[in-house]
Design a binder for this molecule. Structure first.
Ligand SMILES: Nc1ncnc2c1ncn2[C@@H]1O[C@H](COP(=O)(O)OP(=O)(O)OP(=O)(O)O)[C@@H](O)[C@H]1O
Ligand SMILES: [Mg+2]
Length: 265
């Protein structure tokens, strides 16, 4: 359903700050694939997700969703297909708006604004149900401003908003990294539940090797703007953190996994 062919991206080309972020990355995802993405700092993970979401355009290469070439499609038009959750809990929601208003925005994603903005009772019921799924008690606080929520509650809400209207593709970029360990594992568990129950296709960047192995049906490792290792099915299930670290060292020509990866193994 997602086909990426040889995308390349260099930032600030021709200047002293030139940075090659992606060096001809190709990747195909099947319907229902849940792929975890690992790699050291600057490996190109976020750039890859940003290319798919349309934040940046590649210098060359093609990105297709369901056979449609979206390489040059503007970001706001892709929002119809793509749900996103970033690392920063402040980013995916509007703090000065109520929980209910945030959900209504998500519900209207990809539609023209202005028409029938008022939240209907029928919709409210849908939101209440969706919030109930989080088991955080937010269904009784729909009029609360989002800025009053904790980071974890806010990130759980962002996840809900990204998936309220079933996206063709869900992109998660270290979406639990800024949360305390207990909240992080709760949000991760929710992610797993939503992706499985709604049979979503998802790409999840994480620096936690244990999570990368335990979650999803496929794992890719990036380094220096390329995919170095791509493993799925039974082989992925049998992987250990030690093997993964070894693969990383092997594939990256002896450079070691960064501290964050090692510390969080
Ligand atoms: N907007 C930008 N402008 C200039 N350089 C950028 C930009 N975004 C990314 N880069 C550069 O591209 C390379 C890849 O960065 P990217 O953010 O994709 O890495 P990452 O794998 O997500 O790393 P991290 O684990 O630190 O999040 C890095 O060298 C980075 O400095
Ligand atoms: Mg990143």
């Amino acid at each position: 359903m997602l086909r990426i062919t040889k995308i390349r991206k260099t930032f600030h080309r021709g200047t002293v700050n030139e940075k090659r972020a992606l060096c001809g990355v190709s990747l195909c995802l099947k319907e229902g694939d849940f792929v975890t993405v690992i790699g050291g700092n600057g490996a190109g993970k976020s750039t890859l997700l940003n290319m798919i979401a349309g934040v940046y355009q590649p210098d060359s290469g093609v990105i297709e969703i369901d056979g449609t070439n979206i390489t040059r499609m503007p970001e706001h038009r892709r929002a119809k297909y793509i749900g996103r959750v970033f690392q920063d809990p402040m980013k995916g929601t509007a703090g000065d708006m109520q929980i209910e208003e945030n959900l209504a925005l998500a519900y209207r994603r990809g539609e023209r604004r202005g028409l029938r903005w008022a939240v209907q009772e029928k919709e409210r019921e849908l939101y209440r149900k969706a919030l109930g799924r989080l088991e955080l008690g937010l269904q009784g606080r729909m009029g609360t401003k989002v800025k009053l929520l904790s980071g974890g509650q806010r990130q759980a809400l962002t996840l809900l908003m990204a998936t309220l209207k079933r996206p063709r593709l869900l992109l998660l970029d270290e979406h639990t990294a800024a949360l305390d360990p207990k909240t992080a594992s709760k949000v991760l568990e929710l992610t797993r539940e939503i992706v499985e129950e709604d049979k979503l296709t998802a790409l999840m960047v994480t620096h936690n090797m244990r999570d990368a192995i335990a979650i999803g049906n496929r794992l890719i490792m990036m380094h220096g703007g390329s995919i170095l290792y791509d493993v799925s099915g039974e082989e992925k299930k049998r992987l250990t953190v030690e093997e993964l670290l070894h693969k990383f060292e092997e594939a990256s020509g002896g450079s070691f996994a960064n501290d964050r990866m090692i510390l969080s193994k």
